[in-house]
Design a protein around this ligand. Structure first.
Ligand code: ADP
Length: 412
């Protein structure tokens, strides 16, 4: 099966076409500046990259250019649209309605729309992406895969905030958590590696990228996670503050004579390691600045490691133990210094790091020593592949075809 994986933003659309049997990417690319002017960057595997500056007044036009590029006689990768068997859509917020991926129909679209309130920047764009694909591929089955779904197994004591219960009942104010597709993918792989897929297990996943979150996974289910009602909560991130005393918001609004909305924007876009260092949100720049003696860059890196270690420690307490820990995403996969700095806080768990293994980047590897009491791994995440697997599994569930897919790790 060929699965077209779509990740739609308000002015962008990222896509991959994945062969579900070999799990190879056939082509991938990005439409940018939709509704402004428009640029398509299309990368067919094994062929030349194509960059096209073309007017993209809306997402439907953008999708039509992508489909044209996929089927192009020269640089295309498929003969015609009949070679696309299913479409998997990444949806940011499924609220409490979606604890699993679902085949998209009108009812599902209406339910996603009801979650718009919870993710006003993302869900409407995701819905536009679905409509655009439906208009151009009306007979192709489509699946919605939610960033929040994996965390719907959290118990009440983890997801409720200490505010009047009414606000949970009336407005659904609670912790949802995000990066669920990645946490699910990496935790399944970790359990497979440590041979605990069908046993009692306690693992912690550190998804450290531009946006970062830590998740506690007990017996394969998310039981707590560091992001909250929105992705602003938890760890200190590239430009996001992470957890902060909410009274600071009002205090800053008064001092700066700005609205609450504006202060929240500062916490989302001008804070985190960028705001602290004044250098960059990218950890490569921070490492370089720190090496040159920039104290604020060093402070930002230290704060990031400290907060990450705090979350790991708190989840060890939540689960009353931990069997293994995995690092993933841009920083987790590539920044050995940061992994070491976080693990240095965890000596009390009996964790010791194998420096040589930890120097490896971007590969699946065990970075703890043989006698470490808790195994520590680097496991590259692949959200698009996870979406493709979910899509195939669901489409097959609702068809009579034999299962031709590599079901290893399928999220069910
Ligand atoms: P996003 O949340 O936008 O997907 P990523 O997971 O790509 O972010 O993470 C971005 C961070 O990962 C940056 O701070 C960057 O320093 C780091 N990173 C990404 N790739 C590399 C690499 N090859 N080497 C070192 N650091 C990297």
């Amino acid at each position: 099966m060929n699965v077209f994986v779509v990740n739609c933003g308000s002015s962008s659309l990222k896509y991959q076409l994945i062969d579900s049997v070999s799990e190879q990417v056939i082509a991938k690319g990005l439409c940018e500046r939709i509704g402004i002017d428009g640029r398509l960057t299309h990368k067919p595997t094994g062929k030349k990259e194509v960059v096209k500056e073309v007017a993209m007044p809306d997402h439907k036009v953008a999708v039509s250019y992508v489909l044209e590029a996929l089927t192009d006689s020269e640089n295309g990768v498929i003969k015609d649209l009949s070679a696309i068997d299913a479409v998997g859509h990444r949806i940011v917020h499924g609220g409490e309605k979606f604890a699993n991926s679902v085949v998209i129909n009108d009812e599902v679209m209406a339910a996603i729309e009801e979650c718009n309130d919870l993710a006003p920047l993302h869900n409407p764009a995701n819905l536009i992406g679905i409509s655009a694909c439906k208009a151009l591929m009306p007979n192709v089955p489509m699946v919605a895969v939610f960033d929040t779904a994996f965390h719907q197994t959290m118990p009440k004591e983890a997801y409720l905030y200490g505010i009047p219960y009414d606000y949970y009942e009336q407005f659904k104010v609670r912790k949802y958590g995000f990066h669920g597709t990645s946490h699910s993918f990496v935790s399944k792989r970790l359990l497979e590696i440590i041979g605990k897929e069908n046993q009692d297990s306690k693992v912690i996943i550190c998804h450290l990228g531009n946006g970062s979150s830590v998740t506690a996974v007990k017996n394969g289910k998310s039981v707590d996670t560091s992001m909250g009602f929105t992705p602003l909560d938890g760890l200190i991130m590239g430009t996001r503050s992470g957890s902060i005393d909410p009274a600071v918001v009002q205090f800053l609004a008064n001092k700066l004579e700005r609205s609450l909305d504006e202060v929240i924007t500062i916490l989302n876009k001008k804070s985190g390691v960028e705001g602290i260092s004044g250098v960059s949100s990218d950890f490569r720049d921070l490492d370089a600045a720190s090496m040159e003696g920039n104290e604020r860059a060093t402070t930002a890196l230290n704060m990031f490691a400290y907060r990450a270690a705090q979350y790991v420690g708190s989840y060890v307490a939540s689960m009353n133990g931990v069997d293994a820990i995995a690092f993933t995403a841009g920083i987790g996969e590539n920044n050995s210094k940061m992994r070491k700095a976080i693990c240095d806080y965890l000596g009390y768990l009996g964790i010791t790091i194998n420096e040589e293994a930890n120097a490896v980047r971007g590969e699946e590897i065990c970075i703890s020593t043989a006698d470490s009491k808790v195994a520590v791994y680097v496991i590259p995440t692949n959200e698009e592949l996870a979406i493709a697997r979910e899509t195939v599994a669901l489409v097959l569930l609702f068809s009579d075809q034999p299962n031709p897919v590599n079901t290893k790790g399928t999220g069910f």
